[in-house]
Design a protein around this ligand. Structure first.
Ligand code: ZN
Ligand code: ZN
Ligand code: ZN
Ligand code: ZN
Length: 242
């Protein structure tokens, strides 16, 4: 063996020994921190061991707990199915089963008669859910008016009053003008006045009486004025009759 070869081998051995010594002195011993993961309804529980070097492993598995369902029976309605609803009180998972058919509406019928102006109909009301629909419409009856003719007076117009004998609705039409006031007789107008009536002459202010064939003449002393009222007898003359 050459001398140089011996030297190389010797160096290699030294390097190897030094490396082994160095390596052994730095051997990493895992220090695990344990974390217990609780089981859920559907997942296993376990313990996870984690070293700060990143190395992990798990053990101590436990079975899933399984859901803890609380059952709620939902009754059917007129239009919706009934069912039983199962809700896990732990995780909130739900499912339904045990469906039942809808009940269907139970209608009570009420016949609403037509009025003078409104249609009649049949009203169907579900006694369970209060759903309502109507059908069987009938036409309004129309008013049944009774007519009353109101004659005009001297001051009020006349008219015809129509009153529905069913609903009391009223309206009026056929207005007529007030009756013309009877005019007092005087010389200017040449009308007829009743004998024995008096007036105050519109021009002179003198008291006058009406005499058949003569017309209005100034009342003289002794003239019968018993029918005279407050110097305006001409206004009342139609009512003062003889
Ligand atoms: Zn480690
Ligand atoms: Zn659950
Ligand atoms: Zn209903
Ligand atoms: Zn009516």
């Amino acid at each position: 063996m050459k001398k140089s070869t011996k030297i190389i081998i010797a160096v290699a051995v030294i390097v190897a020994i030094v490396g082994i010594i160095f390596g052994v002195s730095n051997i990493h011993r895992h220090k695990y921190i344990d974390e217990v993961i609780a089981p859920t309804c559907t997942e296993n529980g376990y313990t996870r061991h984690t070293c700060e070097c990143g190395n992990t492993y798990t053990d101590n598995e436990t079975e899933p707990l399984g859901h803890k369902y609380v059952d709620e029976v939902v009754a059917p309605t007129c239009t919706e199915k009934g069912y039983t609803k199962h809700t896990c009180e732990v995780c909130g998972d739900t499912y339904t089963d045990s469906e039942t058919e809808p009940l269907g509406h139970k209608y009570i019928d009420e016949v609403v008669a037509p009025t003078c102006t409104e249609k009649g109909y049949t009203k169907h009301t579900c006694e369970i859910c209060d759903d309502i629909y109507t059908d069987n419409e009938t036409e309004p009856l129309g008013h049944k008016y009774v007519n009353e003719v109101i004659a005009p007076t001297y001051t009020e117009k006349g008219y015809t009053k129509h009153t529905c004998e069913v609903c009391g609705d009223t309206y009026t039409d056929n207005e007529t003008q007030p009756k013309p006031k009877p005019q007092p007789n005087n010389n200017n107008q040449g009308g007829e006045a009743l004998p024995g009536t008096f007036r105050k002459n519109p021009t002179t202010g003198e008291l006058e009486s009406y005499l058949p064939g003569l017309g209005w003449v100034v009342a003289t002393q002794g003239t019968d004025t018993t029918h005279h009222n407050d110097n305006s007898g001409w206004e009342n003359s139609p009512q003062i009759g003889h």
